[in-house]
Design a protein around this ligand. Structure first.
Ligand SMILES: [Zn+2]
Length: 308
C-alpha cells in the first residue's frame, strides 16, 4: 500500500483534465499542445514557479475545481491508498475565487473519487511563505470556519528565504490547537540552515524536501533524532535544478544518517512523474535497496495525518 504525503493540487491534475478546463475557460493551455510547449520551456529555463501559477490561473469557478478534484483523485488512486494534497486558499483569493466555495467543491470531488476507488484522499492547507504570517492566519481562519474532516494538516511553501520560520510560530501553534498535523517546505532552495531554523522555531511533524540538510552533518543528525519525517521528491529536485543530476542527489546519505524519509511526487503532472515512479527511480538511478525502499514506504504510512 503506497502513500504520498506531499502533493500539490494544481500541479497534480491529470493533463487531459487540465487542458479541457483550460479550453473551456479560454486559457492558453487549452489550445493544441500549448501545455506541452510550456512544460518544455519551463524545463529548459528551469523555472517552474511561473508554470505552477499558470496552472492555478486556468480555473474560473468552484465547479472547475470539483471536476479537477474527481479526475485528480481517480488518477492518484491508480497507485496510492492514501494521498495528502496541498491546496492554497490564498492563491484562489488572489485569482478572484471564494476560498470556502473552492474548498467545498474540492471536498465534494474528492469524496466522489474516494467512493469510486476506496483510496483515502486528504487535504493539507498551504500558505505562501513570502506572503507572511497574516496570510497563514487567514488560511487558519478558513479552517476554523469550515472544519472539513478531510483537512488534516497545515504547511507553508513558497520562497524559503523570504520570511523567517520563527515569524510563523503563532500560526503553527494555532494549527496544532486546531488538531492539524504540521509540515513546512524547507531545505530545497535554501540550505541546511533553513531546516535548522524550522526545527528550532516550529512544532513540526514533517518537512517537505529538506534534502539540503545533507550539507550539514549536525542538521542531518538532528533530523534523525527529531522524529520529523522528510517527504523527499527527487525528480522535482532535478527538474528545478536543486541538483544537476542523479549522481548529485543526497537521498542515500540522508537515509544512511537515519532520518525518517519517504518519497513524494510533489507536482506529478509538471514533473512528469508519479509516486511509484519516484520509488522506481530511487532504485534504478540511486541504487537504493528493496529493503530501504520498503522502509520508506512504511515511513510514509507512519507519518500520515488524520484519523488512524
Ligand atoms: Zn512541494
Amino acid at each position: 500500500m503506497l502513500a504520498d504525503l506531499h502533493l500539490h493540487f494544481e500541479g497534480s491534475v491529470p493533463r487531459n483534465t487540465l487542458v479541457a478546463i483550460a479550453a473551456r475557460n479560454r486559457h492558453a493551455f487549452g489550445s493544441g499542445d500549448a501545455f506541452e510547449r510550456a512544460l518544455a520551456a519551463s524545463r529548459q529555463s528551469r523555472s517552474f514557479l511561473r508554470l505552477f501559477a499558470d496552472c492555478c490561473r486556468l480555473y474560473s469557478s468552484p465547479a472547475d475545481y470539483r471536476e479537477a478534484a474527481v479526475a485528480l483523485g481517480k488518477s492518484l488512486a491508480d497507485e496510492l491508498a492514501h494521498a495528502e494534497i496541498y491546496v492554497s486558499p490564498e492563491i484562489w483569493l488572489r485569482f478572484g475565487l471564494d476560498p470556502s466555495a473552492v474548498l467545498a467543491a474540492i471536498d465534494a470531488g474528492l469524496a466522489e473519487a474516494e467512493n469510486e476507488t476506496g483510496a483515502r484522499l486528504l487535504l493539507l492547507l498551504d500558505s505562501v511563505r513570502q506572503w507572511g504570517p497574516d496570510a497563514a492566519e487567514r488560511v487558519l481562519d478558513l479552517q476554523e470556519r469550515t472544519k472539513l474532516p478531510r483537512v488534516v494538516g497545515f504547511g507553508i511553501g513558497g520562497e524559503e528565504d523570504s520570511v523567517a520560520a520563527a515569524a510563523f510560530r503563532p500560526a503553527y501553534e494555532r494549527a496544532r490547537r486546531l488538531g492539524l498535523g504540521t509540515a513546512i517546505h524547507a531545505g530545497e532552495w535554501a540550505g541546511a540552515d533553513s531546516v535548522a531554523a524550522a526545527l528550532d522555531a516550529l512544532p513540526l511533524d514533517r518537512i517537505d524536501h529538506g534534502v539540503r540538510a545533507a550539507e550539514d552533518a549536525a542538521v542531518l543528525a538532528r533530523l534523525a533524532s527529531s522524529g520529523v519525517t522528510m517527504c523527499v521528491a527527487p525528480s522535482s529536485n532535478l527538474a528545478t535544478s536543486v541538483y544537476d543530476g542523479w549522481a548529485a542527489h543526497p537521498l542515500s546519505r540522508i537515509i544512511e544518517a537515519g532520518a525518517p524519509v519517504c518519497l513524494s511526487a510533489d507536482d506529478p503532472t509538471i514533473f512528469a512523474t508519479s509516486t511509484a515512479e519516484e520509488y522506481r527511480r530511487a532504485r534504478g538511478e540511486l541504487g537504493v535497496s528493496d529493503a530501504v525502499l520498503d522502509g520508506m514506504r512504511k515511513a510514509a504510512w507512519n507519518a500520515r495525518f488524520g484519523p488512524r
